[in-house]
Design a protein around this ligand. Structure first.
Ligand code: ADP
Length: 190
């Protein structure tokens, strides 16, 4: 199963990614988490990524694509993977396409977690209090939503035209949303 999970900041992607990946026995790969680990470890990549992340902007495609290429080459991705937070730009869509077609593979499905902005902003501000993520302040949250609308929403149409998009309502309790995603994926052929 090769899956992508897409949705606005605060839509619950990270939580759902872990549940779905566990269900299918594949790794959940979160580019946001990998970047945050690199920032915490003060690696070269982390130092370069930090300034973009802190302002709510995307890390440049060249850095992001190289990082994902390395991650997907690891052995645990052989049976499949779930990408959470990648691709986020058209350039990343093309890069991922290239990585997969080199191996004669393609995506099985793209799940869009649908959640309106007036629902996700309060969730993110609440998370700011509980998890203390540097990019959850109100200004940066607004910027992240803007960047999502500008750079990531167009991807949804690309995947819809390819016939692999599944949209799932992201509102409700965590297990309820997870059930919806599993149900949507049931019909996907591999
Ligand atoms: P969000 O809740 O905003 O979706 P993530 O944890 O997925 O948060 O990502 C946090 C930050 O990491 C993003 O705002 C961005 O700066 C960076 N990032 C994550 N994934 C990507 C990507 N695919 N391309 C560029 N930047 C990314």
């Amino acid at each position: 199963m090769r899956l992508v999970l897409v949705g606005p900041p605060g839509s619950g992607k990270g939580t759902q990614a872990k549940l779905i990946a566990e269900h299918f026995g594949i790794p959940a790969i979160s580019t946001g988490d990998i970047f945050r680990r690199n920032v915490a470890g003060e690696t070269d990549l982390g130092v370069q990524a930090k300034k973009f992340m802190d302002s709510g902007d995307y890390v440049p495609d060249s850095l992001t694509n190289a990082m994902v290429r390395e991650r997907l080459a690891e052995a645990d991705c052989e049976p499949g993977f779930l990408l959470d937070g990648y691709p986020r730009t058209i350039d990343q869509v093309d890069a991922l396409d290239g990585m997969l077609s080199e191996q004669g593979r393609r995506l099985d499905a793209v799940v869009e977690l649908v959640a309106p902005a007036d629902e996700v902003v309060p969730r993110l501000l609440l998370r700011a209090e509980t998890e203390g993520r540097a990019d959850d302040t109100e200004d940066v949250v607004r910027r992240r939503l803007e960047v999502y609308a500008e750079q990531t929403e167009p991807l949804i149409d690309v995947y819809r035209k390819q016939g692999i998009l599944l949209d799932v309502d992201g509102l409700g309790e965590i297990p309820e949303v997870a059930d919806r995603i599993r149900a949507a994926l049931e019909g996907v052929s591999r």
